[in-house]
Design a protein around this ligand. Sequence first.
Ligand SMILES: Cc1cc2nc3c(=O)[nH]c(=O)nc-3n(C[C@H](O)[C@H](O)[C@H](O)COP(=O)(O)O)c2cc1C
Length: 301
Amino acid sequence: MKNTKVTLAGVELKNPVMTASGTFGSGAEYSEFYDLSALGAVVTKGVANVPWPGNPTPRIAETASGMLNAIGLQNPGIDVFVQRDIPYLRKFDTKIVVNVCGKTVEDYCRVVERLAPEPVDLMEINVSCPNVKEGGIAFGQDPHALEEITKEVKKHAKQPIIMKLSPNVTDIAEMARAAEAGGADALSLINTLTGMKIDIYKKSFALANRTGGLSGPAIKPVAVRMVYQTAQAVKLPVIGMGGICTAEDALEFILAGATAVSVGTANFADPYAAKDVAEGIERYMDQQGVEDIRELIGAVR
Ligand SMILES: Cc1cc2nc3c(=O)[nH]c(=O)nc-3n(C[C@H](O)[C@H](O)[C@H](O)COP(=O)(O)O)c2cc1C
């Protein structure tokens, strides 16, 4: 019997495939297509201590092999989330990772505290959204601020904490080490790369926010490189994402050092993408005679 289980900060996932925050709703939409128990974990969209309206539209634009978004972390707030989304997800045999956003350190800590008694397995702290003016990215681009916010969040958290890193930095290894020094239990990367698109006929920005976050296959080589550098720099488990559409894509991240992977933008084009990635990894293991997925993690050095 081959083993596809991986352990993230003490939490066992039946397979290494997760969904990327903001691309899978609260899971309910996708459960119309398949049983979410097929996934190692579901990662929710970002939730804040109070509801956020998000950015003005247009908020999405297509690009070559990817997309730009500037949703601005629209969310119903933690109260609605706790009452509606957590009980729904608990019906499935999968782990629940809640993605947390905020504008100040206190905002993040309030959400983490509120989630402490809830049946949530892990929390992912988004300090890397390029689309909100205050907070968020400010923590993700300064190693000292990142270490400090990680320390504060850890003081209030009951569940293990994943710090989600921004690719919009010069030295990803320095950021990874700062999160590790702050006490993070795991790291996830990459969030979107800041981009811009111009509508040449309207002679204006394609997005109302002017800039947006680039995601999808276009960013995969950057993401694989950053996951590799991060896995080399720290002892923490790494969750890799950025342009994963197929099992082959996911395996690149695993071989580069990711313990788990997240499928994001691909869910929009194909709602079965994450499930297919999980099944494809098993097929690859059978074909290659791999008994245990852990043999593959970081096997390329
Ligand atoms: C429409 C959209 C919304 C997103 N919302 C969030 C979010 O709320 N929190 C977060 O940490 N990342 C968010 N992300 C980033 C993704 O989780 C992921 O890190 C990124 O898109 C790269 O993966 P991908 O290329 O597979 O989409 C969002 C991405 C997209 C495209």
